[in-house]
Design a protein around this ligand. Sequence first.
Ligand code: FAD
Ligand code: NAP
Length: 509
Amino acid sequence: MLNVTPSAFPASGSQQRAAAGGRSKVPLKPGRSLMDWIRLTKSGKDLTGLKGRLIEVTEDELSKHNKKEDCWICIRGFVYNVTPYMEYHPGGEDELMKAAGTDGTDLFDQVHRWVNYESMLKECLVGRMAVKPIAALKGVLPEKRVLASSAKDLSPSYDWFQTDSLITIVIYTKQKDMNADLVIVDCQDKQLRGEIIMDDHSYLVEVDLDHAVSEDVAVNIAEKVGKVEIILNKKDNIHWKMLGQPCEGHNTFIKRTDRGLFYRKCKLVSKTEVTHDTKLFCLMLPKGTHLRVPTGQHIYLKHIIAGTEVVKPYTPVLPFLPLDFQEPPCHDGVHLYLMIKIYSHGLFTQALDHLQIGDCISVSNPEGNFKKSQVQTSEDLLLLAGGTGFTPMVKLLNFALTEVSCLRTVKLIFFNKTEDDILWRNQLEQLALKDERFEVQFILSQPSKDWVGKQGKISPSLLSEFVKRSRRDSKVLICICGPTPFTEQGVQYLKDLGYSQEEIHAFTA
Ligand code: FAD
Ligand code: NAP
């Protein structure tokens, strides 16, 4: 499974070549794939040059290690010797060198906060940063702990009360339009974690509960006043003297990017074929979890491969395209559907494909910068998808057709290599028949000679043919998702055609 041929690596358009977020990945040398790195870390080779010793690193010492052949980087207080990793870094050596000899935490968070560096770089750990004397720390407490007074006023608060059988935790968010997508609760064993998402901030209630509760958790939201109730069932009808012991991040209101990604284990309940290489995975959330993935957002799956934690993003879809425009079954709050292409040499997707029904995999909280409000005022919605770049379009399509009253047209322009690669072709064609606002256009880059439809790759001429406003002045939103070069080129062509930045949303990580 993991025996990949280095010579062809990375395949063109592969994740190893094309980074998300607009950064271009660089071609890695043969033998420098993620799997090769994992192998090197398991080889027993001394990757720090310190023969297994961990040291305390001063700022002065850190700054001396700023060359490719001797490069240390600090991430969240831990220092790594990244010289052995240079050639394996998908973003290239120059990207890594930007943080050489310094604290690279901010840079890392901007680019790939979700990458599990602790696991990937554990053999490169040099040690911790030395703690500065208290006097020197005055006034430089980490920003996330110090709230400006305006932020303090906006900061949510919580309270709790009990009856004989229930514990209710009430969170006053002080924000109108609270909704179920913004509340993520996990209650397993005696650990309660409730996170409220408020724009780019997050409020957390996290306690080790005083007594046991049952697995059923209810969440009530008073949308207008921004009040969230988390209701727990006591296992024993005893009076609690306290809610429990606060955990580290309890009662903090900080930037979302400063909060580590939280994962819970989900069970694989089914795996069904979509095409010859793409499957629909249905995962079941644990009983004590309340989690909804908002339209346009993705989650991260984490899995241990050859002893190393590997993390990859995926965008949940619906179990099928609802033709009757009723609430789709995935809104049962329990199941999560992922449409995943299995690459024959893919590291993560091969491991996913080998999961058995009943096996568990870790699923993160949702992330992503798409806001439903971007669609709510659109009259024309144009969706440009390449391959599995179709996944964010699924919920978006459903949301637009069911909830956006001013919408006049929705057009999906779906690029694939061959006919066999088209995801949910039947369902899309049925939807087009059923709803006159919806139109789908399939474009193949490697069609068979029998294909009578459109062919080609994303290009200015194809886009000018299909991307049009229904009226001269209609409000348009164009969403694009696919292999990174596809997305990048598409955005550029759209701009060249006169569409503004505000009219384009590109899905990236
Ligand atoms: P990789 O190991 O990264 O390989 C990918 C490609 O490289 C394949 O073509 C593989 O055959 C080739 N390759 C790998 N090793 C070699 C080698 N040594 N020699 C030759 N070729 C090689 N994907 C989905 O399917 N569904 C989604 O919903 C989805 N959502 C996403 C959301 C976001 C925000 C982003 C950024 C990506 C999303 N992806 C999605 C892509 C996903 O995250 C993974 O990148 C993808 O599943 C590939 O993972 P992998 O580890 O199996 O492949
Ligand atoms: P694919 O089948 O390899 O390609 C789909 C279509 O895009 C094909 O017509 C292909 O044509 C074309 N294409 C590929 N590379 C191109 C390029 N450089 N320039 C122009 N056209 C190109 O795609 P896939 O394997 O399903 O991959 C889907 C991609 O979408 C992955 O990279 C994945 O990470 C990304 N994705 C992102 C998100 C997100 O939210 N950010 C969500 C889901 C998926 P040819 O190959 O014939 O050129």
